[in-house]
Design a protein around this ligand. Structure first.
Ligand code: IPE
Ligand code: IPE
Ligand code: MG
Length: 269
């Protein structure tokens, strides 16, 4: 199998107590603001604080990859003023945070169709990615103008152009390296805040065997305790990847699951 990460459909990935990759749909900003009689955009502004807190929390818990859905390919359908507020908020957050991310060892990645963004935003994104490229504490991916279908289609198109002779015989290992997040393992844990129970065109390919966690907590209210509750729920899941429970018991009897430090075993929870 090609690539440095295990594909959940081609082999059985290692299961560890702390999710290596957490992917989050940050939803509920508008409702958070409306509940306080504030304009929706005040919720987006407050949501940036949660992003900052979650980056710190993930580093503290030993998570390697945090992926946040910031703007979907369908979010252009929102009122123009809200879209433009979100773009300016993104620009402002990049300007304010890149230095701090870098100092804290965070590698920044932005995935999505950046062609639709204004050049100044694209330049900031590229600068931020270049500056933090060699950091290894946490890989923070922001999905912006991202859609799971777009991602798969751009991968298929790249592959078809690179290997027209193989058309009709493409395998998973041919396609996966062309997906925009080929640098990361598949998410172990998917979280959606805000109460909706849907994927909204997020990482359609990569969520194949992720554990799904939905919470009513609105994104601006999501905090360390809420993250720990999600991780705790994840730890209680039996990740079978198609096998039976009995098979998992046999595997555990032969080779005990690897134990790694987590906030739940060292009393820091
Ligand atoms: C998520 O919050 C942020 C973005 C989609 C950019 P929403 O803006 O969707 O908040 P609700 O769902 O309307 O409360
Ligand atoms: C999903 O939230 C996208 C992001 C969080 C960026 P939405 O609020 O746009 O999703 P739907 O429209 O309710 O499915
Ligand atoms: Mg929403």
């Amino acid at each position: 199998m090609a690539g440095k990460f295990t594909s959940s459909t081609q082999a059985i990935p290692a299961v560890v107590d702390v999710p290596q990759h957490i992917a989050i749909i940050m939803d509920g900003n508008g409702r958070w603001a409306r509940k306080r009689m504030m304009p929706r955009v005040a919720g987006h502004k407050r949501g940036v604080e949660t992003v900052r807190a979650m980056v710190k929390a993930c580093i503290a818990r030993g998570v390697d990859y945090l992926t946040l859905f910031a703007f979907s390919s369908e979010n252009w359908r929102r009122p123009a003023e809200e879209v433009s507020f979100l773009m300016n908020l993104f620009i402002g957050a990049l300007q304010a945070e890149i230095g701090k991310l870098h100092v804290n060892g965070v590698r920044l990645k932005v995935v999505g169709d950046l062609g639709a963004f204004e050049p100044r935003l694209v330049a900031l994104i590229r600068e931020g990615e270049a500056k933090t490229a060699n950091n290894s504490k946490l890989t923070l991916t922001i999905a912006a103008n991202y859609g799971g279908r777009w991602d798969m289609l751009q991968a298929i198109n790249q592959l078809a152009l690179a290997h027209p002779e193989k058309a009709g015989c493409f395998g998973e290992g041919d396609l996966a390296p062309h997906l925009t997040m080929a640098y990361a393992p598949e998410p172990d844990l998917f979280i959606r805040t805000g109460g909706e129970q849907r994927i909204s065109n997020f990482l359609l390919w990569q969520l194949a065997y992720s554990e799904l966690y939905f919470t009513k907590t609105l994104w601006p209210d999501f905090d360390d305790a809420a993250l720990d509750a999600a991780i705790e729920s994840y730890r209680r899941r039996e990740r079978r990847f198609g096998r039976t429970s009995e098979q998992l018991d046999q595997v555990a009897a032969v080779a005990p699951a690897p134990t790694i430090a987590s906030p739940f075993t060292d009393g820091n929870a």
